[in-house]
Design a protein around this ligand. Structure first.
Ligand code: PRT
Length: 106
């Protein structure tokens, strides 16, 4: 998962300066942050609609679109993917501590 997302993060950063007539990343980046953010919102809504329809195939496709556009937004903000993944790791660590604390003592 990390490797796939990191590869896509690098591709997005590289393609931002490509020719917009051949590159979707360059074309959308050229439209600015508000448009990228709008796409993240649209893909999130489409994922929710697919989920509520119980369409697993659509959920998978829309989730991929959502991840991709979120990575585009992070790249536009110059936020490394690792900052988000590290935050998830930190939360997992916290929940581990909470679980241990809640466990009854022998
Ligand atoms: N993963 C993706 C990816 N996922 C989705 N998309 C594009 O995202 C768009 C989203 O679909 P929509 O139907 O919502 O949008 P649309 O109608 O085409 O676009 P709008 O004009 O409405 O914004 C589609 O055009 C998809 O082609 C992607 N485009 C590119 N990538 C990756 O980015 C790499 C670089 O792409 P280029 O910049 O095109 O070379 C590719 O090799 C892929 O790995």
């Amino acid at each position: 998962m990390r490797a796939t997302l990191h590869t896509l993060e690098q591709t997005i950063r590289r393609r931002r300066s490509a020719d917009p007539s051949v590159s979707y990343v360059a074309k959308l980046s050229g439209k600015g942050r508000a448009k990228i953010a709008q796409k993240v919102g649209e893909e999130a809504v489409e994922t929710v609609i697919a989920a509520m329809a119980g369409d697993r195939g659509e959920v998978i496709g829309e989730s991929a679109d959502l991840f991709f556009h979120l990575l585009m937004l992070l790249a536009d903000l110059d936020i490394p993917l690792d900052a988000v993944l590290d935050e998830l790791d930190r939360r997992e660590g916290l929940s581990g501590i909470a679980e241990k604390a809640a466990r009854p003592k022998d």
